[in-house]
Design a protein around this ligand. Sequence first.
Ligand code: BGC
Length: 740
Amino acid sequence: MEQQKLMSLLSDMSLDEKTGELFQIPSYFFNNDMVTGPAVEMGITPEELRVCGSCLSVIGARKLRDIQKAHIQRHPHHIPMLFMADIINGYRTVFPIPLAQSCTFDPALAEKCASIAASEAAAAGLHVTFSPMADLVRDARWGRVMESAGEDPYLSGLMAAAMVRGYQGEDNDLSKKGALAACLKHFAGYGAPEGGRDYNTVELSERTLTEDYLPAYQKAIDAGCALVMTSFNTLNRIPSTANRHLMREILRDKMLFDGVLISDWCAVSELIPHGIAADEKEAAALALNAGVDIDMASPVYLKNLKGMVKQKLIDERLIDEAVLRILTLKNRLGLFENPYKDGSEEDENKLLLCTAHRQQARDCAEKSFVLLKNEDGFLPLNREKESVAFIGPFADNLLLSGSWSFFGDDKDCVTLKEGVTRSYPEAAAFFAQGCPTVNPGTEVLGFQKVPPKEDFDLQDALDTAIQLARKADRVILALGEHRDYSGEGASRTHITLPSCQLELFHKICEVNPNVGVILFNGRPLDICEIAQRAKAILEAWLPGVEGGNALARVLYGDASPSGRLSMSFPRCVGQVPIYYNHMSTGRPFSGDYRTTRYNSKYLDAPNEPLYPFGYGLTYTDFAYSKLCLDSDVLHPDDGICASVEVTNTGTRPGTETVQLYLHDVSASVTRPVRELKGFCKVSLKPGESRRVSFRITEEMLRFYDIHMNYVSEPGQFEVFIGPDSASGSKGVFTLVQSDT
Ligand code: BGC
């Protein structure tokens, strides 16, 4: 439809229709034209339902076709509804959680996964996904780190932009088959709640917000992301959903976002408990003035805006502006011509969980595993020579999908046991659960008790596991966090494994010292106890439907782990927030406790994390040598080339993620000790060497100076090229003033 026609449609719409367009109704609020569930208490009328603009969390080509058909018929202007849902790490083919995907350091891979997710969800009739989440995170207590790409703005931005491209397609033509409109979230700063407690207060200085937190969102916007979601939190005392400065001046004017802005779930009505709106009217006015177009799941806009326009408390032009943005999105999706978009039962049958999609899920899982420790080449296992006891609550566990995989089916997941026995039927592999996932009687999510199963005898389970461990050459312990321990509303003050699992670990180590651990979890954990005693640790995250197959291949060496941590692993929760790109202090700690007491350190733990950002091993070793800068002077119009020779010094082929970090030695404001500015994956055969080069440009040296101008400042810079954020070869260069 041409813009002109959209404008005339808008001018023809009644105020009821327009306020209806701004309301997003959850699917369980209605059944045909019957209002049900909480919508009854909200007093939503069938007339209001008739003009509702969008619906969330409903899926299935046939169902959506029926809803859409009835809706268009009933709507006075036959305007189709938008169907939105959280397609976070896949639709039916569930991929590894986003945090794991970011550990691949492979945005193109994440793009492919997003594009598959989009094709499946579009076949199921959906138009919009509430993804990507580009919230920067530095605190493993926050359960939603599992949805993020970790602690680095550069990597987070690359991953977010890649996902947008995957969902929306290269050319951002949303009407194309298989495209979903992407919704970037949660704007802004949702990943920095105080104490790591979900929904809690966020305080970020203008500089920290602008320099560390906004860039990843910006990358997704630059990639053409069609929607943005507001965050639940306050940012510097103002809830985002009511923050006019943030939404209009920063998001729209500076970051040039021109799509639809949607609130998070009930975030408009939550302005009342936030204490900045006395009632729903005030909440509606604040959010609309801030430029929030869609009120998700709360009836605040629907029930109040109309009357407020009539009483001249709200300018109707604000409503028109929001409606026009929503109609424009519907138009971009081609819904006026084809309100069902790609919904097709035939395509659902063809695409959902098809072999090619499963293969992609396996590939992504294999590349997301991070080998944290591998003493004496404990891994890979030798299936010809050794018997292996696979023990632990994740040895045969279907809950591998992460907490945002509503549309996947746990039964589709391949467990570790299935993966091993199907891929290597000849291997001497034995399995036992050993203990439950959570301590017996523990509450998961505050409402779901996990009682010890009646037929589950704890002592018996432990004894069986110990017997098995005694007899085996090696033990692989499959430990981790129940999947509901991470995700929304799943913050934790202790980020260790449950005591029943630690007890199992120690008991097994006593009878067989050859223990390797695989971890299944949605956040960095405090695993110091494990790291001291285990011979190997493989971080598998929540790996999705193909988890077991991917793990089998990696454990038995048909694939090598190549993932790198996108988030530091603390030694203990007292170090949190912990991230590699922190500022220097005036009293940096040398590492020697005897020199002086008065420097920046803890008395009872090192400053460094257990495993730093960027870290990860594989089955071979790499050596870095001959760092070389082609000039030690960088002219702004030119740039310099930094390169290093990387050699595979081991006996197996392997893939190395070579990382480039920079440090501004002296500037008008303090600068991070290191910042990731580039990386490159190289696959080398044993004995093979390759020179890996990075171009360093003046643009990469820019930051917000003392006056908040985005500039570079002449002076000395350090460059590090290495395997992670804590090591590498170092060079130095000087940025000189531009000649012009
Ligand atoms: C979450 C969002 C999600 C929305 C809709 C909220 O609780 O914060 O990330 O997109 O629900 O399901």
